[in-house]
Ligand binder design. Structure first.
Ligand SMILES: Cc1cc2nc3c(=O)[nH]c(=O)nc-3n(C[C@H](O)[C@H](O)[C@H](O)COP(=O)(O)OP(=O)(O)OC[C@H]3O[C@@H](n4cnc5c(N)ncnc54)[C@H](O)[C@@H]3O)c2cc1C
Length: 398
């Protein structure tokens, strides 16, 4: 028989919903400060966006509101071994955003001037000659770009797992295949129902990615978050030809070569996502556009084989920046979701901010732009309760 309150004996201080990067990092940072954490993951940790993304550790090109967080997160990426006891597969390769035309380069120069005025000097304009010194295999038809030398990349599943292992060593409990269904504040505790029983704790963290909007709605603060799909493809192994991660300005591109020789190609390529079936659908026509961009920039890749393509489900906000916020409606609740295609780099700092909100009531980072109530009153969420429907999905899997 299932116990009614599963974690009574554990006495968790905080329940985290979602075992993506942000939930896992939250569990780590909370456990590091002595908090007893129970994390509930519907499937398995890093199953969704956090485990299937492009692994870009990019402060380059960020929304201005995100720049301080992205730079603080990058500092943590560089210190992962000290923090976690392993490097999470992070490689500090640098990231390069190329300009193919003079107007594109002008646009990049305006951005860097704006950043400099705000006190940020990490993005540096480079001319065509320097671009080719950094990435000699690129086509000569380029006029310059932006270079961030301390950005890089990591293998997503390994990075999230490094946080998970470190959190577990500090005593956090991870419950996989345990989907949260309803959340309710009763007295001074949160009660979270799951098919595995009820979990209860004084604090709750909503880090359920593309499914998080439902929990915000359940506590009376719906947000205009939309789930969407993002695609990637990976080539056969090739001789080493490029070190930095590459992006373009006039067309979508994210491009990197791993140490094993494979080349990962993406760049915010959107596709349909079925949030109820917890699945993104690859659109091969759109992928072919991306392949064309790659062969324009690297003509020597025109006959290379694509080994695999996939899609992940991501949470998008209308202003494309996340919600990282104490609830304005319910006590002892933190929301951290809506990372809109660029939340992997923010994983290390995201969890630290959540831990500060729980333990200190405020963050050391400037998080006002990420408030949950910034959209005003939102009359309805645009989808039915995916977690209630999701329960049917899980039953059908059993
Ligand atoms: C193809 C692709 C490429 C990307 N490339 C990059 C990149 O290069 N760089 C970058 O910075 N970002 C990138 N991103 C974005 C980044 O992956 C996400 O922003 C980030 O991983 C979001 O993390 P998360 O923890 O908020 O969400 P998720 O990883 O979605 O985690 C949420 C977790 O909550 C679980 N969950 C859902 N409902 C429930 C429930 N009811 N109960 C319990 N658990 C539940 C889910 O199963 C999931 O594991 C990319 C995303 C995709 C899809």
């Amino acid at each position: 028989m299932k116990p009614e309150v599963r974690d009574q004996e554990n006495g968790a201080d905080v329940i985290v919903i979602g075992g993506g990067f942000h939930g896992t990092s939250s569990a780590f940072h909370l456990a590091r400060r002595g908090v007893k954490v129970t994390l509930l993951e519907a499937e398995y940790c890093a199953r969704h966006a956090s485990g299937v993304n492009a692994g870009g550790v990019r402060t380059l090109g960020r929304h201005y509101a995100e720049v301080p967080l992205a730079r603080a997160s990058l500092d943590l990426w560089h210190r992962l071994t000290e923090l976690l006891g392993e490097d999470g597969s992070f490689v500090s390769s640098g990231q390069l955003q190329i300009a193919e035309t003079p107007p594109e380069l002008e646009k990049l120069k305006r951005r860097v001037a704006d950043l400099n005025a705000l006190g940020f000097t990490h993005e540096v304009i480079v001319d065509a000659k320097t671009v080719h010194e950094i990435a000699p295999a690129l086509t000569p038809n380029l006029v310059g770009g932006i270079w961030v030398k301390d950005d890089g990349h990591a293998v997503p599943y390994r990075a999230v797992t490094a946080f998970r292992h470190a959190a577990q060593r500090l005593g956090a409990t991870f419950c996989e295949t345990t989907p949260a269904q309803t959340v309710e504040r009763i007295g001074d505790r949160w009660r979270v129902t799951t098919p595995q029983g009820v979990f209860s704790a004084p604090w709750l963290v909503n880090a359920a990615g593309a499914w998080a909007g439902d929990f915000a709605a359940q506590v009376g603060e719906p947000v205009p978050m939309k789930p969407g799909g993002l695609m990637l493809m990976i080539t056969q192994r090739l001789p080493h030809f490029i070190d930095p991660v590459l992006g373009a300005t006039g067309r979508p591109l994210s491009f990197k070569q791993f140490a094993n020789g494979t080349v990962l190609i993406g760049g915010g390529l959107r596709c349909n996502a079925d949030v109820f079936a917890r699945h993104g659908e690859v659109d091969f026509m759109k992928l072919s556009t991306s392949a064309q961009t790659v062969t324009d920039l690297f003509p020597h890749l025109k006959d290379v084989g694509i080994n695999r393509a996939w899609a992940g489900v991501e949470a998008f906000m209308p202003d494309e920046i996340p919600i990282i916020s104490l609830s304005k409606k319910a006590p002892n609740l933190v929301h951290a979701f809506g990372f809109s295609a660029h939340g992997f780099e923010l994983g290390p700092i995201g969890g630290q901010i959540v831990s500060e909100l729980v333990l200190d009531g405020r963050s050391t980072q400037p998080i006002a732009p990420f408030a949950v109530d910034r959209f005003g009153a939102v009359a309805t969420v645009e989808y039915e309760n995916p977690n209630a429907k999701g329960a049917k999905f899980f039953e059908s899997m059993q």
